[in-house]
Each structure stands twice: as C-alpha cells, then as structure tokens.
Design a protein around this ligand. Structure first.
Ligand code: AP5
Ligand code: ZN
Length: 222
C-alpha cells in the first residue's frame, strides 16, 4: 500500500528557527529536509553555474530570481528520497514560487498539507543570526549561546570546525529582514486562505518550539 506524500512548508523570517526545526523534524518524521538556502550554498561551494548565478543576490541578502529558484527546488523534489513528501525550508519565498509549487503538486493530485509560520520579534532575530555557527560537513546549525556545541566550535556529530555564514553580517541581515517583509510575509495570508496555516510562537526554547510544531502536525503522518 502506498500512502499519499506529505508536504510541510516552514515559513518565518531569517533566523526564526526554520532550519533548526526542519532538521529535528527530518529525524522524527523521516521526511527529507529540503532547504533552498542549503541547495544554493552547496552550489556556491562547488562553484556550479547555478551557484555563480546565485552568489551576488545572496551576498546582498536579496532573493535569487524566481525562475532559477523554482527550477532548482522542483528538481530536488523530483528525486526518489522525496517520494513520501518533504519538509520545505526557505521555499516558497514569493507568491510566484508558491503558485509554481502548488501547480507542480496539483499536476500529481497533491497539495501543501501544512504551512507553519514561526513568529519571532526582530530584536531576537538579529541576536540569533549573529551567534549562528554552521558545520561545513553535515550542515548542522548551532548558536554560541542558545545551542552551543559540546566541544569548542566543533560539530557534535563529526568534529568539523564550525563557520559563520557570509550573509550573517548585521547589514546583510537588515536587508534580509526587509526583503522578508516585502516579498515573503504575504505568504502567511496566502496559506491562511488555503486553510493550511498554523502560527507558532518561535520565541521559546528550541524544545518547546518542537513540541508545538509536532502538535501542529498531528494527524498528518500515520
Ligand atoms: P536561507 O538559507 O533560507 O536563509 P534564511 O531564510 O534567511 O533563514 P536562515 O537560515 O537565516 O534562518 P532559519 O529560520 O533557518 O534559522 P536557524 O534555524 O538557522 O537563505 C539564504 C539566502 O539564499 C537568501 O537570502 C536568498 O538570497 C537565497 N534564497 C534561499 N531561498 C530562496 C528562495 N526560495 N528564493 C529566492 N532566494 C532564496 O536559526 C538561527 C539561529 O538561531 C541558529 O544559530 C540557531 O541555533 C538559533 N535558534 C534556532 N531556534 C532557536 C530557539 N528556539 N531559541 C534560541 N535560538 C534558536
Ligand atoms: Zn557536522
């Protein structure tokens, strides 16, 4: 027997905890974590044509154009590990992206099952982003104060030395927040109108947010 694939969209401003929670959900639910930002960073690191195209936008904290982004994510969702669905983190980010995703899913008789919006105040966001550290090997996310690694600046999973993202500088973060408000925040109403929106207070400890998230997703997975 095959079950219907499940698609979960995580919404929220930069630094609201989408990646952190998607990583936890991936383990708990056994669904792949598909993050457009991670896909771009992978391409950037490997200097692919896609990565080179995306670089200038990412460096400024602007969005990469819709056509490039949509093609990249739909291609990722077509891979075999997404056969049961996916946890989407950072995509869609514009109404055009959301419509393209809906159209691609509708072609297969599918739709977004839940869109979860993490609500976090701006002041908290800046503190979170400036303290963020990432593992170059497995992509795990840490925070110097809120979620520190066990060993000084080394990944708990593989011991690799953690790094800070280029676009986590305060001036780029300010632009990312502005872009979020203009282009991405309207998606909250978009998914509310489709009756799949859940809003979660993301300004709580990581475990408390996970708890609320799992409650919001109850009944989705057998
Ligand atoms: P992307 O990588 O998607 O960045 P973002 O949306 O800005 O999101 P972040 O990764 O900054 O934050 P997050 O919500 O995942 O927070 P995290 O869990 O890490 O995009 C980067 C760029 O790529 C964009 O600017 C754009 O150029 C391009 N791009 C990507 N997608 C695109 C698209 N669809 N269209 C066009 N362009 C696109 O948490 C942050 C920190 O807080 C961490 O240190 C974490 O440890 C800590 N933390 C998390 N939760 C908590 C908590 N509850 N309490 C305390 N600390 C916490
Ligand atoms: Zn690691």
């Amino acid at each position: 027997m095959t079950t219907k694939p499940v698609y979960i969209v995580l919404l929220g401003p930069p630094g609201s905890g989408k990646g952190t929670q998607a990583d936890i959900l991936q383990e708990r639910l056994g669904l792949p974590h598909v993050a457009s930002g991670d896909l771009f960073r992978y391409n950037l690191k490997n200097k692919t044509p896609l990565g080179l195209k995306a670089k200038s936008y990412m460096d400024r904290g602007d969005l990469v154009p819709d056509d490039i982004t949509i093609a990249m994510v739909l291609d990722r969702l077509a891979r075999p590990d997404c056969a049961r669905g996916a946890i989407l983190d950072g995509f869609p980010r514009t109404i055009a992206q959301a419509e393209a995703l809906d159209a691609a899913l509708a072609d297969k008789g599918l739709a977004i099952d839940r869109a979860v919006n993490f609500v976090v105040p701006d002041a908290v966001i800046v503190e979170r982003i400036t303290g963020r550290r990432i593992c170059p090997v497995c992509g795990a996310t840490y925070h110097v104060t809120f979620n520190p690694p066990k060993d000084d600046n080394r990944c708990d999973r593989d011991g690799a030395e953690l790094y800070q993202r280029d676009d986590d500088k305060p001036e780029t973060v300010r632009n990312r927040l502005k872009v979020y408000r203009e282009l991405t925040a309207p998606l909250v109403d978009y998914y509310r109108a489709k009756a799949v929106l859940v809003e979660i207070d993301g300004n709580r400890p990581i475990e408390a947010v996970t708890e609320a998230l799992l409650q919001a997703l109850q009944g989705l997975l057998a």
